[in-house]
Design a binder for this molecule. Structure first.
Ligand SMILES: [Zn+2]
Length: 303
């Protein structure tokens, strides 16, 4: 039987992103609380992948956590982009009425390229390692982004959210929306673009965020703790373990502290979250799951 891997992906980004606007100053207060989470992962020999965006790459506390963990091979640093808060800045023409924050796909190609180059260079310089894993902000991915990631030597992407369709979730400009992942499931696949179809070397490995259909009603459940969904999280892990498959847990870094996200508003709630995570990790460990960074996992699978 093949090994079971428990992947942990943390979208590592500023406080309360959901409540900010395109022009807000983003803070990173929660960064110093991530040591608690890192310690918990290490106590289970799990290796979180912090998909890190611009403001967190400039947070002293997070840089300390990242460098220290990397020096001991206890974590991976990947890239995450919030297109509106990532140099170089470029003014989009906003649509009238209700709009969301911009998707990376809304920018001209040369801007997409420069934004991806910028975050990759910043993270590489800050942490002193090659950056080879990526997740798009607002779950955004398209052919142009894939081509640029391949060009920048990325190996793995984890933007895919199986069964979810973000097309009707507005971006910033007229006619904008997110990708449609309705036809995808949780299995990793080769991610190519139209331009690179002929080149067998030019691809990323897509390792989707684990989202399963569970229960009698086949309800869609993410492997993402909400403070009240431990039984569902365990069911996903149990189901995947029975199939001999990996899982990919996801959470935002700002959800690992209280008051910096809309779900966990006080100390009591955050303690319950940590309790749920600990119980889930323990359960996964008992089922035989082992830790791996995203890139190490992608390197050893065949797609
Ligand atoms: Zn994000």
């Amino acid at each position: 039987m093949s090994e079971l891997f428990f992947l942990i992906t943390i979208d590592t980004e500023g406080d309360n992103i959901w409540e900010t606007t395109v022009n807000s100053k983003v803070t990173t207060k929660h960064a110093s609380h991530l040591f608690r989470f890192q310690d918990m992962c290490e106590s289970f020999d799990f290796i979180p992948t912090y998909l890190t965006n611009y403001e967190m790459a400039k947070s002293d506390a997070f840089v300390e956590l990242g460098r220290n963990g990397l020096s001991r091979n206890k974590l991976e640093i990947g890239a995450h982009i919030h297109a509106w808060n990532q140099p170089p800045y470029y003014p989009l023409v906003p649509k009238l009425g209700e709009k969301g924050k911009p998707y990376l796909s809304e920018y001209p190609r040369w801007v997409i390229r420069r934004k991806l180059e910028n975050i990759t260079g910043l993270l590489g310089d800050t942490f002193g390692v090659p950056i080879t894993s990526h997740r798009g902000g607002r779950w955004c991915l398209n052919d142009v982004i894939v081509e640029e990631l391949v060009r920048l030597n990325y190996i793995v992407d984890c933007t895919c959210t199986p069964y979810m369709n973000w097309e009707k979730v507005s971006g910033y400009t007229w006619g904008s929306g997110g990708p449609n992942y309705e036809k995808h499931n949780n299995e990793p696949y080769k991610l190519t673009s139209k331009r690179y179809k002929e080149d067998p070397q030019a691809y990323l490995i897509e390792v989707p965020t684990t989202i399963e259909k569970i229960g009698k009603r086949n309800s869609i459940q993410w492997l993402r703790p909400k403070g009240n969904n431990l039984p569902a999280l365990k069911e996903i892990v149990r189901k995947r373990a029975a199939e001999g498959k990996h899982v990919e847990f996801m959470l935002h870094s700002s959800e690992l502290d209280y008051g910096t996200n809309p779900i966990f508003r006080n100390k009591g709630m955050i303690d319950l979250l940590y309790r749920d995570i600990e119980e889930l990790f323990l359960y996964a460990k008992e089922l035989g799951y082992k830790g791996s960074g995203l890139t190490a996992f992608a390197r050893q699978i065949s797609v």
